[in-house]
Design a protein. Structure first.
Length: 447
């Protein structure tokens, strides 16, 4: 029985199976794990997706990677439990659709990855009867999605660090009102400081016995579930012809799911890679030189304020090149293939605001900043390369997550989702902490 093996993009450490890399996250040589080969989906299964539920499609896709490690009926149970919400495909105009990945419990697309990853971890932990502590640094959306996804799971403690003054009230409540196995720490510092403390804890030998694990977007366990919705949308909307898909991108985890879906055999005419003013990727496509944007620029689409996307390491590897964690390009990937598959654009805050206004005025539809970046990118692409193929633009958050911004742009009030209403009345549990590693370590050791 040979399980699928995963290699590090730096290729200096041994390959591992899925269970191992799920708990390791990043490889010990600081590379990211990739599957040794990408399984092809058969035409027969692909043709059936049209009539299958989201959870069933998720089971088929994940089974191609995990069939030697998890029984298919277990995968189906996990998928049904993780995806108990709708994935609306909204026709905005012509054959142009919005795929809404914002209907999960925390109203951001990170629910898709977090809910599956938490349940996969739980599945493996049960067999091993081990305990685990998940450490997350968050600038907003990730913390809420992880907290919700791991809430109440046995044998897993979750500790979330967020910058006290840099998250919105609605985001904060997603992390602080849950209690149980979820601890939220408000750090007197910035997001980068949170990340530094977490990183230091991972490297601290005194903490090994806590069995620390990360849940950030470098884990392949988060990429795998993000392959699924590309199949879902394309097969429901366009079972016969290829489509064009626009992805609002920050750390490029979402996009990686799409690129792998294409390699598995999903017909995609083009991916529009829409980024905000952090334009390192469109620049890279233009001049084949990679230069991170440092420090990253603060834009309205705040979850995409990334000047050096961590998953670019995977993307470059997928196209035969080698990029390291620090952003050094050791071998150029096949740029012709990359440009064949992708077209990329940087969208300014002003263009984002105009897009939100215009889409509301002319189509009576409320986009939030991340989805607006994607929709603008799609329309710019179509201006340059008119196409009759169906188009899908991804919306990654519910406008209710950004009430102040939307109100300022459209002059309308945005109500809360059902979950937000519940949380708004709940008590918050917050531990405050100074930006100091020793305090953090003491907390981890004495809790
Ligand atoms: C995380 C996030 C993104 C960016 O996704 P990546 O996978 O990091 O590219 C876009 N929109 C929202 C709302 C997010 O939370």
């Amino acid at each position: 029985m040979i399980m699928m093996q995963f290699y590090s993009t730096n290729k200096t450490v041994p390959q591992q199976n899925f269970e191992e890399i799920l708990f390791m996250g990043q490889a010990p040589d600081f590379g990211l794990y990739m599957p040794e080969s990408i399984p092809k989906i058969s035409k027969e299964i692909l043709n059936k997706f049209n009539t299958m539920s989201y959870a069933e499609i998720a089971t088929e896709i994940c089974n191609l990677y995990l069939h030697k490690e998890i029984a298919k009926e277990d995968l189906l149970k996990i998928s049904k439990d993780a995806y108990d919400f709708e994935v609306p495909l909204v026709k905005l105009e012509l054959n142009h659709y919005i795929m809404r990945l914002d209907q999960g419990p925390t109203s951001a697309f990170k629910d898709f990855a977090a809910r599956m990853m938490s349940r996969l971890m739980q599945h493996f932990l049960k067999k091993k009867s081990q305990k685990l502590t998940i450490l997350v640094a968050t600038s907003g959306d990730t913390g809420g999605a992880i907290a919700d996804a791991y809430l109440g799971l046995d044998n897993i403690e979750v500790i979330i660090l967020y910058p006290a003054t840099e998250v919105s009230a609605r985001q904060r409540k997603q992390m602080t009102t849950l209690g149980k196995n979820i601890t939220a720490i408000a750090l007197n510092g910035k997001f980068d400081d949170c990340q530094k403390l977490v990183k230091q804890a991972f490297g601290d030998a005194d903490l090994t016995h806590l069995n620390l694990s990360s849940a950030n977007s470098i884990n392949f366990g988060r990429i795998l579930p993000q392959i699924v919705y590309y199949f879902y949308a394309a097969c429901k909307i366009s079972p016969q012809e290829p489509c064009i898909i626009s992805v609002p991108s920050g750390n490029f985890g979402n996009l990686m799911g799409g690129l792998i879906a294409k390699k598995m055999g999903l017909p995609v005419e083009k991916f529009v890679v829409a980024v905000n003013e952090n334009d390192e990727y469109p620049q890279f496509l233009k001049n084949s030189k990679y230069q991170k944007v440092e420090p990253s620029k603060a834009c309205l689409s705040s979850a995409m304020n990334v000047g050096h996307p961590s998953n670019l390491v995977r993307l470059v590897d997928l196209y035969g090149g080698h990029l390291d964690y620090q952003g050094e390009l050791h071998a150029l990937p096949n740029m012709d293939d990359i440009k064949n598959d992708m077209w990329s654009i940087s969208v300014s805050d002003d263009q984002t605001i105009q897009t939100i206004k215009k889409t509301y005025d002319s189509l009576n539809y409320i986009l939030e900043p991340h989805g607006a970046v994607a929709w603008y990118g799609l329309n710019e692409y179509l201006k340059e390369f008119p196409s009759k193929f169906p188009c899908i633009s991804i919306e990654t958050a519910d406008p209710a997550k950004f009430p102040e911004e939307i109100e300022k742009i459209l002059g309308i009030e945005i109500g809360m989702t059902e979950n937000m209403k519940k949380q708004s009345n709940n008590q918050e549990y917050i531990q405050k902490m100074d930006n100091d590693y020793n305090s953090f370590k003491k907390m981890l050791l004495t809790r």
